[in-house]
Design a protein around this ligand. Structure first.
Ligand SMILES: C[S@@+](CC[C@H](N)C(=O)[O-])C[C@H]1O[C@@H](n2cnc3c(N)ncnc32)[C@H](O)[C@@H]1O
Length: 271
């Protein structure tokens, strides 16, 4: 993100590829070819190394987010854990916990996070055999929205006009600042430009986060832009935006055609 100056962004809202979710194996393997072999291994140490390497790929992006944010700027990271059978066992890969470690290690202070509980049509879905204990697994039906801050609270001029014009209602505050969000269904995963799946989040997520943690006229960054949901949300809420996406085909250019003031850097993936 060399194009972006230090302390020039007020808010980061993003969702990285989730380590150990199979749809991202190819991307992580392209960024680090050792991952490709390691994720096929049955050896515990090699599985652990694959997982470490995937998180290491995300690390420099988070470090850059810290550099470009202003003092008091907020970084919101939507990430889900992964479950997967590897080697001879089924297990959880707690991505949220690794991401907290990454955020803290680049200098952020963690703030209370949000659990986005996706409403499900299958309340009884679980992995196990019938009704017999002890080997069933709890369903992963929440994702995390981690919230981290650079430095102390953001300072504003007295009676800052943009801040006052950006206020939310009491009803919005009561709903948005509670820890469990259970009123936002997952986004439809329609494909864009022949990509296999978009992994887009519903626009309500970035709209809320942008209204909670930035003011009118601020600039929002999404370093893992995907279809472009964050910049669309920024434009709908009167904020500027900058996005980076490594895979040009992931971007839903049609939905972004009305967005003004959008900056986009596109890095091609090497096959
Ligand atoms: C989970 S998706 C983001 C989805 C997005 N929130 C949306 O609503 O469409 C993660 C995106 O990050 C991109 N990506 C992965 N590594 C990247 C990197 N180093 N730089 C830029 N983009 C990257 C992937 O191609 C993918 O589109």
């Amino acid at each position: 993100m060399n194009e972006i100056g230090e302390k020039s962004i007020q808010l980061v809202v993003t969702s990285p590829p989730y380590p150990m979710i199979e749809m991202w194996d190819g991307l992580f393997s392209m960024k680090d070819p050792a991952v490709k072999e390691l994720i096929r291994s049955d050896v515990e140490e090699e599985i652990a190394e694959a997982y470490d390497r995937m998180h290491l790929i995300l690390y420099p992006v988070i470090r850059e987010c810290y550099r470009v944010l202003i003092e008091g700027g907020i970084c919101c990271v939507n990430i889900g854990d992964a479950v997967r059978s590897m080697g001879d066992r089924f297990r959880l890969f707690a991505n949220h916990s690794r991401m907290i470690t990454t955020l803290e290690s680049v200098g952020f202070s963690m703030l209370p996070y949000i659990l986005w509980k996706k409403p499900t049509n299958k309340p009884n879905a679980f992995l196990g055999s019938g009704f017999l204990p002890t080997n069933a697994y709890v369903t992963l039906d929440c994702e995390f929205i981690l919230i981290a801050r650079k430095g102390g609270v953001r300072q504003f001029r007295q009676k800052d006009e943009n801040r006052y014009r950006s206020s939310y209602t009491k009803e919005e505050r009561d709903k948005w600042f509670s820890q469990i969000w259970n009123d936002i269904p997952g986004a439809s995963q329609s494909t864009v430009n022949n990509s296999s799946r978009s992994a887009a989040y519903p626009i309500e997520i970035p709209i809320r986060l942008i209204r909670m943690f930035s003011v009118l006229g601020d600039t929002v960054l999404d370093p893992f832009l995907g279809t472009g949901t964050t910049v669309l949300a920024a434009s709908k809420t009167g904020r500027n935006s900058v996005g980076f996406e490594i895979d040009r085909d992931a971007i839903n250019w049609d939905s972004l055609s009305d967005v003004k003031g959008l900056e986009l850097a596109c890095d091609e993936l090497e096959e």
